[in-house]
Design a protein around this ligand. Structure first.
Ligand code: HAS
Length: 542
């Protein structure tokens, strides 16, 4: 892609990989503390480290990577960004960066140890919320730039379907606009006035609900760029073709529609929400699993069609034909494999009765380390291994390719220990978000300790894998030999139909999304405001 676009994208990737270094170190400290063998020095609290880990990895790394990657995808498939759009990208970048620095400073000063799910009643310094507001506003500026690039392309190419990667980026940007309205509302109307001392109470149920209105689609905002890689990039990397462009577009539209009205599955055990509405949102949660099942189908189809085109025989002969020694394939593939148990775990979590068993246990931490911290992040790493040299005019050498495969494999080993032990400890009732404690040598708590040691072993292996990843990143950004690395984009298989123009009927999709959100949330919100405890009554959200 164009040099100027590449520079803007690289700026995002630098922030993402610095975040990986800081957040990864905090993760290592956490598992060590939880093993009971290590104590944090200088009065640093466990929750401070936990907040840095969650905010910097789950919110900062992801957002910077996604925005950078999506700009790259648009520049590659819809053409070089115009000066205006590139400037919008830079404006978004700097706004997000200033916000990140502000929020991070408050966390480091121990003024914002409120975890990455920063809803009430935990309270942070108002500058932390202001920082996060800037991150969100910056991301809006950038997403507006992406939509503008798409609109420009459509005007220049009337009647043609938008290029698939651009279309996918726009779906994710629209999803982000709608989802962040919830977090913006709780921050602007509740958390900021409350932390500035303008009001003394806020309605906690409303704060949590607005957060989870945002918090669940947030996970799909992370996932969709990984799916962009799986649908469009991986087929080209393996030497095959995309199974179906139409199916990919349909899956993305289904994510837009179903990923928002499902936040109650994080609140199944909370009071103040009528069980009927919880039930409705559980059904909608199962609907949002469908596009992932479609994606699994599409991936198997892509692999099998390619393998058979290379003469593979028997039911699984195609597995042998896949390019296992190419990190651009193998690293994201490990991510795909992890999504099989990760997705099954999600369906368990979403099943109302089973949620009672796992909620607030460290099982949930195990679940999201398989999903975001393996499926998604290994796909991002797999992308970075060709995107960074593509942007810096260098190449991924054989040596770095081998190191990248080792990085993916060590991640899989570390995560098997860590996430496996988290799942097992969760079923024994081990709490999440808790520093080491034997709870007065309670027998149940003593049972958890071996699993916590296993988590520390896994966490240490993961930290090694992060170091490998950083070495590769630095090599690709500054030291790898000059050359041209491909930005792989696949064509659709010749058997696939042309995508229908209906996918680009944005009024229809945004309209259905809005209708579903209003259906799923209006009455529960009215209930929460009407039934607010004394002092938090009436229209006032606080
Ligand atoms: Fe989740 C909690 C339900 C997916 C992340 N989730 C979390 C939290 C995070 C998170 C961060 O219902 C914690 C929030 C907090 O701090 O409290 N989750 C689901 C469901 C799905 C799901 C139903 N989660 C994700 C993804 C995440 C993520 C994706 C990040 C990216 N989750 C929950 C629930 C909770 C929850 C409850 C709350 C728990 C509680 O009580 O607190 C679904 O989207 C999953 C659908 C996925 C599938 C899998 C499809 C498989 C594929 C791989 C194919 C493999 C191939 C390779 C092709 C159905 C696509 C094979 C090839 C060979 C050759 C073998």
């Amino acid at each position: 892609i164009d040099r100027k676009d590449a520079k803007m994208v690289m700026a995002h990737l630098y922030v993402a990989f610095v975040s990986l270094a800081i957040g990864g170190l905090c993760g290592l400290l956490q598992v060590l503390v939880r093993s009971g063998k290590v104590q944090l020095p200088a009065g640093i609290s466990y929750y401070q480290i936990l907040t840095v880990h969650g905010v910097i990895l789950a919110l900062v790394l992801t957002t910077f990577f996604i925005i950078g990657f999506q700009f790259a995808a648009i520049s590659r498939t819809a053409g070089t960004l115009s000066n205006g759009i590139r400037k919008t990208g830079w404006a978004g970048f700097w706004t997000m960066l200033i916000g990140t620095v502000l929020a991070a400073t408050m966390i480091l000063l121990n003024e914002a140890s409120v975890l990455y799910t920063f809803y009430a009643p935990l309270q942070a310094h108002f500058l932390f919320y202001l920082g996060l507001t800037l991150v969100v506003v910056g991301s809006w500026i950038s997403c507006a730039g992406m939509v503008a690039a798409y609109v420009k392309w459509r005007k220049a190419n009337p009647g043609k379907p938008g290029p698939l990667l651009t279309f996918m980026s726009v779906v994710n940007a629209v999803l982000w606009f709608i989802a962040t309205l919830g977090v913006a509302a709780t921050v602007l109307f509740q958390l900021l006035p409350w932390s500035m001392g303008l009001v003394d109470r806020v309605n906690v149920a409303v704060s949590r609900t607005l957060f989870w209105y945002f918090g669940h689609p947030l996970v799909y905002f992370w996932l969709l760029p990984a799916y962009m890689c799986w649908y469009v990039i991986i087929p080209k990397v393996i030497g095959g073709k995309m199974f179906s462009d139409t199916m990919a577009r349909l899956a993305f539209i289904l994510f837009l529609i179903f990923s928002i009205p499902v936040g109650f599955h994080h609140q199944l055990l909370e009071p103040g929400i009528d069980p009927a509405w919880k039930f409705i949102q559980v059904i909608l949660t199962f609907m949002v699993a469908i596009p992932s099942l479609m994606t699994a189908f599409a991936m198997f189809a892509t692999f099998e069609l390619y393998g058979r085109s290379q003469g593979a025989k028997g039911l699984f002969g195609w597995v042998k034909k896949l390019p296992w020694n190419d990190a651009r394939f193998t690293v994201p593939f490990i991510g795909m494999l992890a999504f099989i148990p990760g997705g099954i775990g999600g369906l368990i979590n979403a099943s109302h009765q089973l949620n009672a068993v796992i909620h607030n246990t460290i099982w949930v931490t195990g679940h999201f380390h398989l999903t975001i911290a393996t499926t998604v992040i290994l796909t991002y790493f797999g992308v970075a291994y060709w995107l960074v040299p593509h942007l810096t005019g260098r190449v991924l050498t054989k040596k770095m390719n081998r190191l990248a495969i080792i990085q993916g494999v060590t991640w899989a080993v570390g995560m098997t220990f860590m996430s496996g032990a988290m799942h097992a400890e969760g079923l024994l009732g081990g709490p999440r978000r808790s520093a080491f404690s034997t709870y007065g040598d309670a027998p149940q708590a003593l049972e958890w300790i071996p699993y916590q040691i296993a988590q520390a072993v896994g966490g240490a292996i993961l930290f090694l894998s992060i170091i490998l990843c950083l070495i590769i990143f630095i090599n690709l950004a500054f030291f790898a030999p000059k050359g041209e690395e491909e930005f792989p984009v696949s064509e659709a298989s010749e058997h696939a139909a042309q995508p229908s123009p209906v996918f680009e009927n944005w009024k229809l999709w945004v309209g259905i999304t809005a209708a579903l959100i209003l259906f799923a949330y209006t009455i529960p919100f009215i209930d929460m405001i009407q039934n607010a405890p004394p002092g938090a009554k009436g229209f006032k959200l606080w």
